[in-house]
Design a protein around this ligand. Structure first.
Ligand code: 5GP
Length: 208
C-alpha cells in the first residue's frame, strides 16, 4: 500500500441523505482532491453519469472483478453491490493526491485493514432525523419504498460513528466544507506525512 510520500486517503461515511454527496462534489473541485469512483450494480439515478458518478455494471461484471481481486474493498449496501478498484487509487496516491472515498462503514473497515496509517476516517451526521428524511425526499429520485428502506438503515449506519477519527454535524454545508478542509490540511501536516523534514532540519541547523 501507499508509501510516505503519498497523498492521504480520506473516507467519508454517513447515513444516506446527510449531505455527503454534495460535500464530495464540492471537494472534488479543489485541486488537491480526487474522488474515487466506485463500481456499483445499482441502477443509475436520473442525473447520474456513468464513469463520473459511478461505473454502473451488472452483477456478472461485478463478480468478475471480485474474482480477479481487483477490489480494494467492496460491500453489499441496500441489496446492491458497491466497490472500489485498487489500481486508480494507488496511481493517484503515488502522485501525491488526496483520494476521497464516499463509502459505507463496511468499506471503511476493509480499508482500515488494508492501510490504517494512510487513512483518515470522517463521519457525517445530519443535525436531526427529520432533516435526513427531508433530504432523501428532496432528491425525489428514489421511490417511497426505497426511502423507507434507507431511513431504517440509517440507524445501523450511525451506530458505527465511533469507528471514525472525526465527526462532522452537517447543519450548514459551507461550514462542513471548512471543517473538512481543516481536517485534511492538519492531517497532511502530521510529522510522518512530511518525510522530507529530516533533510530540511539538517540544512536548517547547519545553516545551509
Ligand atoms: P448511493 O446508492 O446512495 O449512491 O450509495 C449508497 C451507499 O453506498 C452510500 O452510503 C455510499 O457511501 C455507499 N458506497 C458507495 N460506493 C461505495 C463503495 O465503493 N464501497 C462501499 N463499501 N460503499 C459504497
Amino acid at each position: 500500500m501507499p508509501s510516505e510520500n503519498d497523498g492521504v486517503m480520506i473516507v467519508l461515511s454517513s447515513p444516506s441523505g446527510a449531505g455527503k454527496t454534495t460535500l464530495v462534489k464540492m471537494l472534488s473541485k479543489m485541486d488537491s482532491f480526487e474522488v474515487s469512483i466506485s463500481h456499483t450494480t445499482r441502477q443509475p439515478r436520473l442525473n447520474e453519469v456513468n464513469d463520473k458518478d459511478y461505473y454502473f455494471v451488472n452483477e456478472d461484471e461485478f463478480k468478475r472483478l471480485i474474482n480477479n481481486q481487483e477490489f480494494l474493498e467492496y460491500a453489499k449496501v441496500f441489496s446492491n453491490f458497491y466497490g472500489t478498484t485498487r489500481t486508480p487509487v494507488i496511481d493517484r496516491l503515488s502522485k501525491g493526491k488526496n483520494v476521497l472515498f464516499d463509502i459505507d462503514w463496511q468499506g471503511a473497515q476493509q480499508l482500515t485493514q488494508a492501510a490504517a496509517n494512510d487513512l483518515v476516517k470522517i463521519f457525517i451526521l445530519p443535525p436531526n432525523m427529520r432533516e435526513l428524511e427531508n433530504r432523501l425526499r428532496s432528491r425525489a429520485q428514489d421511490s417511497d419504498d426505497v426511502i423507507a428502506r434507507r431511513m431504517s438503515k440509517s440507524e445501523n449506519e450511525i451506530s458505527h460513528w465511533a469507528e471514525y477519527d472525526y465527526i462532522i454535524i452537517n447543519e450548514d454545508i459551507s461550514e462542513a466544507i471548512e471543517e473538512l478542509t481543516t481536517i485534511v490540511n492538519a492531517e497532511r501536516m502530521k510529522r510522518p506525512r512530511q518525510p522530507w523534514l529530516g533533510s530540511f532540519i539538517k540544512k536548517l541547523i547547519t545553516g545551509g
